[in-house]
Design a protein around this ligand. Structure first.
Ligand SMILES: C[S@@+](CC[C@H](N)C(=O)[O-])C[C@H]1O[C@@H](n2cnc3c(N)ncnc32)[C@H](O)[C@@H]1O
Length: 299
C-alpha cells in the first residue's frame, strides 16, 4: 500500500463471546481482574466497568500499539496497563505479591493488527510478511522464509498450519529465493496457492490461510508462549478465582483443555468449550472459530 495515497484506517476489533465471558468470569465489585491479552480493550471495558472504583483491571499486551489504543478506550476506568508477553505475567504478579480474582486470555490477534499492511499478517493486505505481534523483538516471517531449510519450513507448515501440501510448498519457497524478490503477503500467498491442486483452491477458505497460520504461530512462538503461560496460570489466580481462555484453533484449545483437566487445581465450569451463537457468528465472522473454556481454581 502506498502510504501517500492510502491511509491505514483499522476497523475496530469486536470482542468475541462478550456475554459468555462476562457470565463466565462474573466480575464483582472490588475484584482484581487481569486481562492478559488486552488488545483493543473490548473485553477489558466490559469487565472494568463491573469491578467498580474499588476494583482494578490489569491489562497486558505484547503490542505497544494495542496498549495505546486500549488506553484511550479505557480512560477513566480503574485500569493499569503493562507492556509484556503473557508468559511474563507470572513473574510480574509474583514480584508484586499479586493474585487476581479473575483472569482472561483471548488468544491470537486483533482486527486492527490483521488489517495493518505493515504487519504482513494477512494475504488480503499487501505488505512485507513480518507477522510479529511484538515488533520490538523476534525474527519476522520474511527472514524465516529466507533462512530456514526446506525441512524446517515444511515442519512449520505441517505442524502449525496443518497443511497437507507442506513439503511441496516448502520446496517452492526455497526455489523462489533465487528470484530475490521481497516476501510480500501477496507473493507468499500466490506461491502457496500455486502448489495446491485446483480442487483445494476453490471453496470458502483461501488455501493460503493454513500456511499463514503456521508461519504466524512459528514467528510468535505462540504455542510455546501459551504453554509457558498456562504453567503459571494457577499461580496468578486466587484460590476460588476464575480463569477464562478463548482460543481460535485446535492446537491452542488442546493445551488449554489439558491445563483445565488438572482436577487437583481446577474445577471446570464448562466441560465442552463454549462457542458463538448463530447470531454472533453471522455478525462477527471471527467468532466462528472461538472456543471459550472457563475454570475455577480450587480453594
Ligand atoms: C484477540 S486480541 C484481544 C482482543 C481483546 N480481548 C478485545 O476485546 O479487544 C489478542 C491480543 O493479544 C495480544 N497477544 C497475543 N499474544 C500475546 C502474548 N503472548 N502476550 C501478550 N499479548 C499477546 C495481541 O497483541 C492482541 O492485542
Amino acid at each position: 500500500m502506498d502510504p501517500m495515497t492510502q491511509e491505514f484506517k483499522p476497523q475496530r476489533h469486536v470482542p468475541v463471546l462478550p456475554d459468555e465471558v462476562v457470565q463466565g468470569l462474573e466480575p464483582l465489585d472490588g475484584c482484581v481482574v487481569a486481562d492478559l491479552t488486552l488488545g483493543g480493550g473490548g473485553h477489558a471495558e466490559l469487565l472494568a466497568k463491573r469491578v467498580g472504583p474499588s476494583g482494578r483491571l490489569i491489562g497486558i499486551d505484547c503490542d505497544a500499539e494495542q496498549l495505546e489504543r486500549a488506553g484511550t478506550r479505557l480512560a477513566g476506568l480503574p485500569v493499569e496497563l503493562i507492556h509484556a508477553r503473557f508468559d511474563q505475567a507470572g513473574e510480574i504478579f509474583r514480584s508484586r505479591s499479586l493474585q487476581a480474582d479473575r483472569v482472561l486470555a483471548d488468544l491470537g490477534f486483533c482486527s486492527e493488527q490483521l488489517d495493518d499492511p505493515d504487519r504482513g499478517l494477512a494475504f488480503r493486505h499487501e505488505g512485507i510478511a513480518d507477522m510479529r505481534l511484538d515488533r520490538t523483538r523476534g525474527e519476522p516471517a520474511h527472514r524465516l522464509l529466507d533462512r530456514l531449510d526446506e525441512r524446517e519450513l515444511a515442519r512449520i507448515l505441517w505442524e502449525y498450519g496443518e497443511e497437507k501440501q507442506s513439503r511441496r510448498i516448502a520446496r517452492k519457497i526455497v526455489e523462489a529465493r533465487h528470484e530475490r524478490l521481497p516476501w510480500t503477503t501477496t507473493r507468499l500467498a500466490n506461491i502457496v496457492r500455486s502448489c495446491l491442486p485446483p480442487r483445494f483452491v476453490t471453496g470458502r477458505i483461501d488455501p493460503a490461510t493454513r500456511s499463514f497460520q503456521g508461519l504466524r504461530i512459528a514467528v510468535n512462538d505462540e504455542l510455546g508462549v501459551l504453554e509457558s503461560m498456562l504453567k503459571q496460570l494457577s499461580g496468578m489466580v486466587k484460590p476460588g478465582g476464575v480463569a477464562a481462555i478463548i482460543s481460535f484453533h485446535s492446537l491452542e484449545d488442546r493445551l488449554v483443555k489439558r491445563e483445565f483437566a488438572r482436577t487437583e487445581i481446577w474445577e471446570r465450569i464448562n466441560r465442552k468449550p463454549i462457542e458463538a451463537s448463530e447470531a454472533e457468528s453471522a455478525a462477527n465472522p471471527r467468532s466462528r472459530s472461538a472456543r471459550l473454556r472457563v475454570a475455577r481454581r480450587l480453594l
